[in-house]
Ligand binder design. Structure first.
Ligand code: AMP
Ligand code: MG
Length: 424
């Protein structure tokens, strides 16, 4: 480790004091998560605005769902004791129960009540016969044998009064919003969105839509990161592109360090002379520069500027996006107050061979296809460069090869992380 890699920690925060020559991805992530102070401020929002937000408190159901015994089909509600287990019986149809309109008198033995899906079943009848298997004529219905309790949904079968239906730390997906609504909860207490300051660095980097000029490239990272941050519900302040001048980087970092929970940058953290991000961040707060045993990915800078955490991602767009998914995403979820769980991966069959350095975790861009027998085969994108952004648009996820592995042969089982698990 060079002198400039050594950790500078004026704040004395233990989480930043860890230093090792080469970290595994898991070690780096653990250190990152340990340094997180989750957002505490809460706000109350209506359900239609709560998508993607993180619950700040448990939700306890004030009622049962379903709230009453009800019919699961359109048909006839009867007492099973009035049925004949061996042959059809004829019963008078003496009442009608549409959805939302309970019967206003007690149900009687020996009668059939015409009932519709979702309509409340009065006390007594315990079996619903679907209309398709019954024959109604002249005020009577012929009903075949039926198992007691058929097609009857019991009150509280889904949710019981007093049950904790959603936990603090849950990110609200459409189904959680529906669940909250189902118990009559119209607004929820959520943590405020995480505030992220974002900028790109590099003298060669230009804003798309402007002319590039000789030697220049367009900024793709900021648009990748913008999309990723949006998917996580962050409030983004975009500081644009900052040139490779220590003064400019220091100035922008200093401004970004206030009013934000995280400052996220790309580029400028490798060891080249023009890479000022590390110098500026170290001068303004605390900085740790990590060499992580992953590919693609290195280098990564982590620290604190002003009030904010700081994460400096690599400049190469593929490495930038992958390190975001591995490190920044869980970090942001933790900051947001969400319960962080590893993303779901799936075992698929490698349709390729690959050499790999043992001790390093490698993420291969891959697409999937299904063979005639239904197996899922992963094919790796042919170009490996961490600047080949078409590899990301052509792929649907990453094959995650652990440190212990020395290579992959066709037919091997490998872990596949679909992008859909981590985008949003
Ligand atoms: P750096 O980490 O700044 O040394 O950059 C590594 C590589 O990524 C260089 O080829 C840069 O030109 C490229 N790069 C840096 N920032 C961006 C960006 N925002 N968009 C696209 N490429 C970038
Ligand atoms: Mg650069």
């Amino acid at each position: 480790m060079s002198d400039s890699d050594k950790f500078n920690n004026p704040g004395g925060n233990d989480a930043f004091a860890v230093s090792a020559d080469m970290l595994t991805a898991a070690e780096a992530l653990t250190t990152l998560l340990r340094a997180v102070a989750p957002v505490k401020e809460r706000e109350t929002v209506g359900l239609t605005l709560a998508l993607g937000r993180v619950l700040a408190e448990d939700i306890v159901s004030p009622r049962a769902v379903p709230p009453h015994d009800n019919a699961a089909v359109d048909g006839y509600a009867v007492y099973a004791d009035d049925l004949d287990p061996a042959s059809p019986v004829l019963l008078p149809v003496t009442g009608l129960i549409p959805a939302g309109r309970p019967l206003t008198r007690p149900a009687l033995r020996g009668e059939a009540l015409r009932i519709f899906t979702g309509a409340p079943v009065p006390p007594g009848p315990d079996t619903i016969l679907p209309q398709e298997i019954c024959e109604e004529a002249h005020g009577h219905v012929t009903v075949p044998p039926q198992k007691r309790g058929a097609n009857l949904r019991r009150a509280g079968e889904d949710i019981q009064t007093g049950a904790v239906v959603l936990r603090r730390g849950t990110r609200l997906r459409p189904q959680e919003l529906g669940l909250a609504a189902s118990i009559g909860v119209g607004e929820v207490s959520v943590f405020r969105p995480v505030r992220v300051a974002l900028f790109s660095t590099g003298d060669e980097v230009r804003e798309p839509g402007c002319s590039a000029g000789a030697g220049a490239i367009y900024d793709s990272n900021r648009f990748i990161l913008h999309g990723l941050l949006r998917g996580l519900g962050c409030a983004i302040t975009d500081f644009g592109i900052v040139p490779d001048r220590l003064g400019a980087v220091t100035d922008t970092l200093a401004r970004a360090g206030y009013g934000h929970d995280l400052v996220l940058t790309s580029g400028g953290v490798s060891a080249g002379d023009e890479d000022h991000v590390r110098t500026a961040a170290a001068a303004l707060g605390a900085l740790e520069f990590w060499r992580i045993a992953i590919r693609p990915g290195r280098p990564l800078a982590f620290g604190r500027v002003g009030d904010a955490m700081f994460l400096g991602l690599p400049g190469n767009p593929v490495a930038c996006m992958i390190t975001f998914l591995i490190f920044a995403r869980p970090l942001l979820l933790a900051l947001a107050g969400a319960t962080v769980t590893p993303p779901q991966t799936y075992r698929v069959i490698a349709g390729f061979s690959a050499k790999k350095r043992q001790g390093r975790r490698e993420y291969l861009r891959a697409s999937l296809h299904r063979t005639a027998d239904g197996s899922v085969i992963a094919n790796r994108f042919p170009q490996e460069g961490s600047w080949i952004l078409t590899s990301m648009t052509a792929s649907c996820g990453l094959i995650d090869l652990p440190e212990s592995l020395g290579g992959v042969a066709p037919g091997d089982w490998v872990e596949f992380l679909p992008f859909s698990e981590v985008l949003g």
